[in-house]
Design a protein around this ligand. Structure first.
Ligand code: SAM
Length: 302
């Protein structure tokens, strides 16, 4: 509750595709910004909430040298850890903050497929990819739930930053931030997330890594979705332990409302909201064996 009512500082990541970290920080400080390092990521910094508007309008933001995003959003690409030359799928990509970060980690070498089904958001994604100098991404206007059938076992890494009820983004001073929330929205999101995660895992190569994340606190959108995928894919998928090296984390829940989840689900991480960070849920999955038999047979019924 306290984190929902306090103004958070504004965080940004220097876009290493276009500029050196020290140069950008020097430019911002010379323009009067009080820039503090986040501490756990070399290219991530904070300015006070009162400087947010000026930062949004700064030349550095305009030129795509910095991307303004909460520090929690910087974690999924780091956990995914894509390498230059790999083939990566970003299954829910707009407006592109994490696609840009992934391209940075890949030094613009390799291939990224960025999927987004909403046309207006796709335009925003494409504009951002251009502005931030991403040259290795191709965009696809399609429902992510279709990719498992279209391109089975193609990708070394898959990020599923799933559409969700956005509970972690509530602001007590802004009723619009929860205006669209309802239990129904949570249930609808969970249904979609389940389909997206199945497709995402089907499109992953054996041996590949997938990161699932949401900015929701609802177990139905988080642990339950992971549990369902583990039940569906059986031995072909495992949950990997993550060590984020941060204090504000809890393990995934072992169960919810009378349901007990598979024990591995507790290897997921709940990032608790703090005076700086938004809440987040993260799970790192590895595919151990081919699941082509599932896509060929049209999927098991459950
Ligand atoms: N990864 C993005 C970033 O870092 O900028 C934020 C993604 S946002 C949490 C979720 C996105 O999923 C939204 O842009 C939403 O339009 C998109 N989405 C909704 N339904 C989808 C579907 N069926 N398949 C793929 N993406 C979907």
């Amino acid at each position: 509750m306290a984190s929902f009512s306090r103004g958070k500082p504004t965080a940004f990541r220097v876009n290493t595709l276009k500029a050196a970290v020290e140069e950008v920080v020097h430019r911002l400080r010379s323009s009067g910004f009080v820039v503090q390092p986040v501490g756990w990521l070399n290219e991530a910094f904070l300015v006070g909430a009162e400087q947010r508007q000026a930062l949004v309008r700064s030349v550095e933001a305009e030129e795509g040298l910095i991307y303004i995003q909460n520090p929690s959003s910087m974690i999924p690409p780091l956990v995914l850890a894509p390498r230059p030359g790999q083939h990566v799928l970003d299954l829910a990509a707009a407006p592109g903050g994490k696609t840009i970060h992934i391209a940075g980690l890949m030094e613009n070498r390799g291939k990224i497929a960025a999927v987004e089904p909403i046309r207006t958001r796709m335009y925003k994604l494409q504009t951002n990819l251009r502005r931030f100098g991403v040259t290795i991404a191709r965009t696809y206007l399609t429902d992510g739930r279709t990719v498992g059938r279209k391109v089975p076992e193609q990708f070394d890494r898959v990020l599923l930053d799933a559409p969700c009820s956005s509970e972690a983004r509530f602001r007590l001073d802004d009723p619009r931030s929860w205006a669209h929330w309802s239990l129904r929205k949570v249930r609808e999101s969970a249904r979609k997330q389940k389909g997206l995660l199945r497709a995402a895992l089907a499109s992953l190569k054996p041996g590949g890594v997938l990161v699932y994340c949401t900015c929701s606190f609802a177990p139905e959108e988080n642990e339950q979705v992971i549990h369902d995928a583990l039940e569906y894919f059986g031995q072909a998928v495992e949950v990997e332990v993550m060590d984020l090296g941060m204090g504000n984390v809890q393990p995934g829940l072992a169960g919810w409302e009378g349901r007990t989840y598979r024990p591995e689900v507790t290897r997921s991480v709940r990032l608790l909201p703090s005076h700086v960070m938004d809440g987040f849920f993260l799970c790192k999955l590895r595919k151990l064996a081919s699941t082509r038999w599932l896509t060929r047979s049209g999927g098991r019924r459950r």
